[in-house]
Design a protein around this ligand. Structure first.
Ligand code: DGL
Length: 274
């Protein structure tokens, strides 16, 4: 199985795109719903929770875990890759979603000014600034933390006036910092569900870029370059792959909440991380 991990439901937006791109692959999705949101948590907590999830997904036999969460990618990925993986499972891989997005960041803008919107954890880590500077040293990047958006999405308030009010506030702030911004990257896996509000509010010259298709494309490229990992991910050659939905909260909670992210009814299983 190819594993995806997120603090809650947000990574389902990535899984949806990835399952479309790799229809014969088997997937495991784990949401740490019992401890979400991660956005304002400390480095130590996010690292510990993410490591527990990665260990659990490895124990299911997944050779590749994608942290389909910007906050976990920003705060836990590097330590897991450098410190834990070599000792724990040197033949397995853990990837994040910030670097692949950073690789593409400069392709979307004409003015050379882009904005990054994400959780407090993602923005304060400076990970996007660091990664983008490696690939696009001349690109001007502004950032804005949007702490209210994940709780609003997790509570299903996708069309609530309060959600629109906060999006107005965050986007006005970032555009006031740099009016030449022509591209806003939704650097949180929850935000694609709010894309309709961003589209309604933003001036027409500002493009919204969501990560999901970029991550799907980059994962395909990664698997093509790493047959040793690809061959260990289970596939169903004659029919569609299977998807296992796992959550640290109750199965019923996940099944109900996943609806607006996934669109179709699903069956989930509760798991215990330690
Ligand atoms: N979906 C996660 C991300 O991409 C954050 C959600 C959270 O705050 O738990 O950053």
């Amino acid at each position: 199985m190819l594993a995806l991990f997120d603090s809650g439901f947000g990574g389902l937006t990535v899984l949806k795109e990835l399952a479309k791109a790799l229809p014969n692959y088997n997937f495991a999705y784990l949401g740490d719903n019992a401890r979400a949101p991660y956005g304002s948590r400390s480095f130590e907590s996010i690292y510990r929770y993410t490591l527990e999830a990665v260990c659990y997904l490895f124990s299911l036999g997944c050779p590749l875990v994608i942290l389909a969460c910007n906050t976990a990618s920003a705060k836990a990925l590097r330590t897991i890759q450098q410190k834990d993986l070599p000792l724990m499972a040197p033949n397995n891989r853990v990837l994040g979603i910030i670097r692949p997005m950073a690789e593409e960041a400069g392709n979307f803008t004409k003015t050379g000014h882009i904005g990054i919107l994400g959780t407090e954890g993602t923005i304060n880590s400076g990970s996007y600034l660091m990664e983008i500077a490696k690939f696009w040293p001349d690109l001007h990047v502004e950032q804005e933390a949007c702490p209210m958006l994940v709780p609003l999405v997790e509570n299903g308030l996708l069309n609530h006036p309060a959600t629109e009010m906060f999006i107005r506030e965050y986007t006005q702030k970032i555009l006031a910092k740099e009016p030449r911004i022509d591209t806003l990257v939704l650097a949180c896996t929850h935000y694609p569900l709010l894309q309709h509000i961003f589209a309604k509010i933003l001036p027409k010259n500002v493009k919204i870029v969501s990560q999901t298709s970029v991550i799907a494309q980059k994962t395909l490229e990664y698997l093509a370059k790493h047959p040793e990992i690809d061959s260990r991910i289970g596939k169903n050659l004659e029919k569609s792959g299977e998807i296992r939905f796992l959550t640290t909260d109750s199965a019923e909670f996940f099944e109900r909440g996943a609806n607006s992210f996934w669109g179709n009814p699903i069956k989930a299983k509760n798991v215990f991380l330690h």
